[in-house]
Ligand binder design. Structure first.
Ligand SMILES: C[S@@+](CC[C@H](N)C(=O)[O-])C[C@H]1O[C@@H](n2cnc3c(N)ncnc32)[C@H](O)[C@@H]1O
Length: 278
């Protein structure tokens, strides 16, 4: 075991530093993530089916029938399928091949003509002329300023003039609800992170100036170690309006308490809608 590697991997990251592995695309973890997405009894990875239906209903009050919809980070297509069943034309993009394989198979079983793309929404051709672009379950808040502005630019290009962008982010209550801390655990095998026996070192860091938390997980097996990180930013309402206006969106509206508290994330997701300027 290379202890110097473990010492350096467990250090405090610099803000929005990415890890070598992504919990959405590393094949073993991605398969566990898919199980979490599809479990109707937990809000892990995706919110529960009743919350998804409520969210889609709220979004549909803001778009015309038969809209052309782009879902950024669509996962296994839980929202895409509801839009398609309601008569919208849907494209979903996600960089998890595992989730898109599932989404394509499930849509085919149900006879739904959804277009699914495997790709990184930061650098993929997303098409254009969409009435609506969505990014649901606080994914916008996982991005540093540069990547956030990039995805906003890409969404803007994909939307028609006047098209609607919808996403959710954590508000300031996250700073109260989440705490710094560290823990470790032993797993004899077939765990969330790997099938091998392993140790996991978990640590949560708070970056007050950047208004962000980082959850860092170092997974150590007999054969090596893997580091995963996920970031969650929290925003003031003014901060949201500022970054949207800078990216060419207007008519910003922010809704609190659309969804109930979750068994996986703290309360306080803000649902944001904004329109692409001409
Ligand atoms: C929290 S999950 C939410 C999935 C889905 N929106 C839902 O609520 O059911 C975030 C999703 O975004 C995807 N994702 C994260 N970063 C991405 C990127 N840069 N490009 C494409 N997909 C990404 C992940 O693979 C994952 O499916």
């Amino acid at each position: 075991m290379d202890l110097s590697r473990i010492a350096s991997a467990t250090r405090r990251p610099v803000p929005f530093e990415k890890a070598e592995f992504s919990l959405w695309t590393e094949p073993y973890v991605a398969s566990r993530m898919l199980e979490a997405h599809l479990d109707p009894n937990t809000d892990a990875a995706s919110r529960r089916p009743s919350t998804i239906l409520k969210t889609v209903g709220w979004i549909e009050e803001r778009i015309p029938a038969g809209s052309k919809i782009l879902d950024l980070g669509c996962g296994p297509g839980l929202y895409c399928e509801v839009y398609a069943l309601h008569g919208h034309r849907v494209t979903g993009i996600d960089f998890s091949e595992n989730s898109i394989r599932y989404a394509r198979g499930h849509a085919a079983l149900r006879g739904l003509g959804i277009e699914y793309l495997v790709g990184d929404y930061l650098d993929s051709d997303l098409g254009n002329g969409f009435d609506l672009a969505t990014m649901i379950y606080c994914d916008m808040g996982t991005l540093g300023d540069g990547d956030r502005d990039r995805v906003l630019g890409a969404a803007r290009m994909a939307l028609r003039s006047g098209g609607l962008l919808v996403f959710d982010v954590f508000g300031e209550s996250l700073a109260r609800d989440r705490k710094e801390g560290r823990t470790w655990s032993w797993c004899p095998g077939n765990g969330f992170w790997t099938a091998e026996p392993h140790l996991v070192f978990d640590e949560t860091f708070h970056f007050e100036r950047e208004m962000a938390f980082c959850d860092q997980h170092l997974v150590v097996t007999e054969t090596g170690e893997r580091l995963y990180r996920s970031w969650d930013r929290y925003y003031t309402k003014d901060g949201i309006v500022r970054f949207l206006e800078k990216a060419g969106f207007g008519e910003v509206s922010i809704t609190e308490n659309l969804v109930d508290g979750s068994d996986f994330t703290p309360d306080g997701a803000l649902f944001v809608t904004a329109r692409r300027g001409s």
